[in-house]
Design a protein around this ligand. Structure first.
Ligand code: TRP
Length: 530
């Protein structure tokens, strides 16, 4: 966070680079290094990567622009931003609410009481709050996501401590797998380290040391990239590693499951920190002369690079040491310690790696908690300290359920039967339940609303006006002239714009992104097949 507070009083980033780095710090986290490889493994490799990349480009990038624009225009937190721009009464919101009401009644008639009641409640909320709902949903999503994110954050601490004490030097994949399996079924260790992770996150948010973090990320993020690069080079030179590269990069669409499309979409939102107001909040600290399009391209580019590098670091090793790429959330934790065993000073580098992973997780967790806390401060008028304690405390408590139920329901059977009764869940653990709810449903749904709101309610015209500050090229230069390098040619700068970047973006925000999100929902719910 820069210290050049403008006359308006709101703090601004130190510049384009400061904003890009801070947003990349929020975006690059466990999502890239832990989650992306394991869901790619579970969903069959290359084809999933392609769907994911398509989601990033076609949906993630346009929605990211929406969030930054909403933030910079209103200079407010997500709920405040929607409040400021939402019309007092909106026909679309009322229609939506009536649709939810009818679906809710239908669901109850079909005995799906849990979903029915949720639909009814949502319908009333939409009726009452209109277009402020996406803001409220984001806060709720932050709550859900942070609760299990911190369990994985806890594992990074466990692995860091174990690598220092030397207990991570495995001889083969069976030992590595056994170590992780013992960890994940041990409710006590999982909870203790989850709580430790949350306490550290809360301490940082409690004292609000944003400045320190911007400075930290500048050194630590590049360090993470360098270490990943070294891991890739060591990994792919292991015998048998190229099969892993093949798995990761060669698309085979027959391995795609019905759920895969929604998983890829949900992950695109998750990894870019979208659909939760984090980017709206960060965007509100951007000053008016920054080029938002360039900034969003850099953030998306860095985040995607990190994910691809993580995949290239992990799959070759998994194949070389014969670990099943479908082994789930333990993938990173079981494979990488084995590469370190094959480099000089391995346990030292192993400790460094898990430390960096912990810090990447921490910067992301902070952005999640900050959204919830800043909402409570602005809208409920709580003090920062009170908000951090109450929000942090309840998220920690909720997370304990995920910590004791990482891979099965054994420790909380009662909760399982309750969730099955109410929602008919099929998830294999509470951890999975929360992940599915937060990342696969809440984030894309909020993303859908953000796109619809910007495209149809607030209007692309006002949004593009906001973009003009700092990037005329985006709004006023013919896209083809721009591609041809002729944007400054007088003949190409006519007032009749055929196709500008802005018009492309507008079409994506109004039609393509919402349609794609809806199709992914319907596909996973089994209502359409292709
Ligand atoms: N993007 C982060 C990751 O990849 C997680 C994250 C941080 C996040 N803030 C968010 C996800 C806001 C959704 C919304 O690890």
């Amino acid at each position: 966070m820069g210290n050049n507070a403008p006359s308006g009083g709101r703090e601004h980033w130190s510049g384009q680079l400061g904003f890009v780095l801070a947003a990349a710090g929020s975006a690059i986290g466990l999502g890239n290094i832990w989650k992306f490889p394991y869901i790619t493994g579970e969903n069959g490799g290359g084809a999933f990567v392609l769907i994911y990349l398509a989601c990033i480009l076609l949906i993630g990038l346009p929605v990211m622009l929406c969030e930054i624009i909403l933030g910079r225009h209103t200079q407010k937190n997500p709920v405040g931003a929607f409040k400021a721009l939402a019309p007092k009464s909106s026909l679309t919101a009322h229609l939506f609410s009536i649709m939810m009401l009818i679906s809710g009644i239908a669901l109850i008639c079909f005995d799906a009481y849990g979903w029915g009641i949720i639909f009814l409640l949502t319908s009333f909320m939409i009726f009452k709050y209109g277009w402020v709902i996406p803001g409220i949903m984001s806060v709720f999503a932050g709550f859900i996501i942070l609760s299990y994110y911190s369990v994985v954050g806890g594992w990074t601490i466990t692995y860091f401590c174990s690598s220092i004490s030397g207990s991570l030097s495995f001889q083969n994949s069976a030992e590595a797998a056994a170590f992780f399996d013992t960890l994940k079924v041990n409710p006590l260790t999982c909870s203790v380290f989850h709580i430790a992770f949350m306490v550290i996150t809360c301490l940082i948010i409690y004292s609000g040391v944003r400045k320190g973090i911007e400075r930290w990320s500048r050194i630590l993020m590049p360090a993470l990239f360098i270490i990943l690069m070294a891991l890739i080079l060591r990994g792919i030179t292991l015998p048998g590693a190229l099969d892993g590269v093949d798995f990761f990069l060669r698309p085979d669409f027959s391995k795609i499951k019905p759920q895969s499309v929604l998983t890829a979409l949900g992950h695109a939102f998750f990894t870019l920190s979208l659909g939760m107001g984090a980017i709206i909040t960060y965007g509100s600290y951007v000053s008016k002369n920054e080029n938002l399009f360039k900034a969003s391209l850099s953030i998306v580019g860095l985040d995607t690079l990190a994910a691809i590098m993580a995949g290239l670091a992990i799959f070759p090793v998994a194949y070389a040491v014969k670990i099943n790429p479908e082994c789930g959330p333990g993938l990173v934790f079981q494979t990488l310690p084995l590469v370190f065993a094959k480099v000089p000073l391995g346990s030292f580098w192993c400790a460094v790696f898990f430390l960096l992973l912990f810090i990447a997780a921490l910067t992301s967790a902070m952005s999640l908690l900050e959204v919830v806390v800043s909402f409570s401060m602005d809208e409920l008028k709580w003090t920062r300290h009170f908000a951090t304690i109450v929000c942090g405390g309840s998220i920690t408590l909720l997370g304990c359920f995920s910590a004791v139920s990482v891979s099965n329901w054994k420790n909380i059977e009662w909760l399982h039967s309750m969730l099955v009764d109410i929602f008919n869940t099929s998830q294999s653990s509470f951890f999975d339940f929360m992940d599915n709810l937060g990342a696969n449903w809440l984030l894309p749904l909020a993303g859908l609303f953000i796109a619809l709101f910007t495209g149809w309610i607030w209007g692309t015209k006002k949004a593009v006006d906001e973009m003009r500050n700092g990037s005329q090229n985006f709004a006023d230069v013919n896209f083809f002239s721009f591609l041809a390098g002729l944007k400054d040619d007088p003949g190409h700068n006519s007032r009749v714009h055929v196709l500008t970047l802005a018009s492309l973006w507008g079409i994506f925000v109004r039609f393509i992104a919402p349609a794609a999100i809806l199709i992914a929902f319907l596909h996973t719910a089994g209502w359409i097949k292709y």
